[in-house]
Design a protein around this ligand. Structure first.
Ligand SMILES: [Mg+2]
Length: 314
C-alpha cells in the first residue's frame, strides 16, 4: 500500500523519489501484473510494427483525417520503423539483462547497420541513410522521431523504471544524440514500462508532463486540422502519446493515431507500442502483422518473447 501512495504522489508531482524508491515501486507493480494485462494477452513490439504497417500507406499527408478507414490496402507494408525496432531488439537481446553502456552502444550501431543494409529500401530519412552506409559510427545530433519509433524493446525488457530509461537513452544516443531525440526515446519507453506495469492513464499523463514537459493538454480534435507531416521527436511523440491517452482500446488508439496524420507510420508505431503495453493486442491483428514481416524479423520476435518468459519464471 505504501508503494501505491508513494507512486501516486510522485506521478502527481507531489514528491520526488530516489532511484531505490523507484525500483521498489517498479517491483511492486511488476509483481502485481502477470501474464495478462487488463485481461488481455501480453505481447511485445508487435504493436509498434503493426502501427508502422497500417500507418505506412497514409504517410506524407495521406491520412484520411478520420477514424474510418480500412486497416490494410494497397501500399500497406513494413518500413524503416519496423526494421529499426527489430535491430534495437536484436542488440538489446545480445547485450543481456544487465547491459553495460559501451558494449550496448557498440551492439546497437552494429545491429542497426546490419539490419539497415539488409533492408536498405525501407524508407529511411536522408541523414540516417547516409549514416547507415557510412563507415562513420558516431552520432549526428538528430532530433528526428526515429529514436522514438525504434525504442519499444527497451520499454519491455527491463524490470526497473531506471534501467528502462537508461537503456532507452543509449538507443537514442548512438545516432539521435540531440536532447530532443533522447527525450523522445526515453518518454516512449517510459510510457510502455508504466503501461505494462498496470499504471493508469492519468498517472502516465502526469508523469510525462512532469518529466518531459510535453504539452499533453491538447485534444486530438484540436491537433488534427493543422497537423501535417513532420519528422521531429518534439512534434511527433507528444501527439502519439495524446492519441494513446485518448483511445479507448487498442484499435481505437490505432484509429485515432492514423486520423491525426503527421508522420503517420511513425506516429502510429509509437501510439500502438504504448497501447499494446496498456491493453494487449487483438489476436487477429497480431496475426496480420506477423504475416507481413520477414522470417528473420520473426526470429528476433521469438527470441524476444522467450527471453521475457524466461525472466518471468526466474
Ligand atoms: Mg517509416
Amino acid at each position: 500500500m505504501l508503494e501505491i501512495l508513494l507512486a501516486r504522489r510522485f506521478l502527481l508531482g507531489k514528491c520526488r523519489l530516489t532511484g531505490d524508491q523507484l525500483c521498489v515501486i517498479g517491483s511492486y507493480y511488476k509483481n502485481r501484473s502477470n501474464e495478462t494485462i487488463r485481461g488481455k494477452r501480453c505481447e511485445n513490439m508487435v504493436g509498434a510494427m503493426l502501427g508502422d504497417i497500417i500507418g505506412s500507406r497514409f504517410e506524407f499527408d495521406r491520412s484520411p483525417k478520420t477514424k474510418e478507414f480500412d486497416y490494410f490496402g494497397r501500399g500497406s507494408m513494413y518500413t524503416d520503423d519496423t526494421v529499426m525496432t527489430v535491430a534495437v531488439a536484436d542488440a538489446l537481446l545480445e547485450a543481456g539483462p544487465s547491459p553495460k553502456e559501451k558494449k550496448t552502444k557498440e551492439l546497437l550501431v552494429r545491429k542497426m547497420k546490419l539490419w539497415g543494409k539488409r533492408y536498405i529500401n525501407a524508407g529511411y530519412g536522408v541523414r540516417f541513410y547516409d549514416w547507415l552506409l557510412s563507415d562513420d559510427e558516431s552520432p549526428y545530433g538528430s532530433y528526428g522521431n526515429g529514436s522514438a519509433m525504434r525504442v519499444s524493446a527497451a520499454g519491455w525488457l527491463y524490470e526497473t523504471w531506471e534501467q528502462t530509461r537508461t537503456v532507452a537513452r543509449w538507443t537514442a544516443e548512438v545516432t539521435h544524440n540531440h536532447p530532443k531525440g533522447i527525450k523522445g526515446a526515453e518518454a516512449t519507453a517510459s510510457v510502455i514500462w508504466l503501461a505494462r506495469n498496470g499504471i493508469g492513464k492519468e498517472e502516465i499523463r502526469s508523469y510525462v508532463e512532469q518529466e518531459y514537459h510535453y504539452d499533453l493538454s491538447r485534444t486530438c480534435d484540436e491537433i488534427r486540422p493543422n497537423y501535417y507531416h513532420v519528422e521531429s521527436c518534439q512534434k511527433t511523440v507528444p501527439e502519439a502519446i495524446i492519441a494513446f491517452l485518448e483511445g479507448e482500446n487498442f484499435e481505437d488508439v490505432l484509429r485515432t493515431a492514423v486520423s491525426l496524420g503527421g508522420d503517420c507510420d511513425t506516429l502510429t508505431d509509437i501510439s500502438c507500442s504504448m497501447a499494446e503495453a496498456y491493453y494487449g493486442l487483438p489476436e487477429e491483428l497480431r496475426r496480420e502483422c506477423v504475416a507481413r514481416i520477414e522470417e528473420d524479423m520473426l526470429d528476433v520476435l521469438k527470441r524476444f518473447e522467450e527471453k521475457r518468459i524466461a525472466r518471468k519464471k526466474s
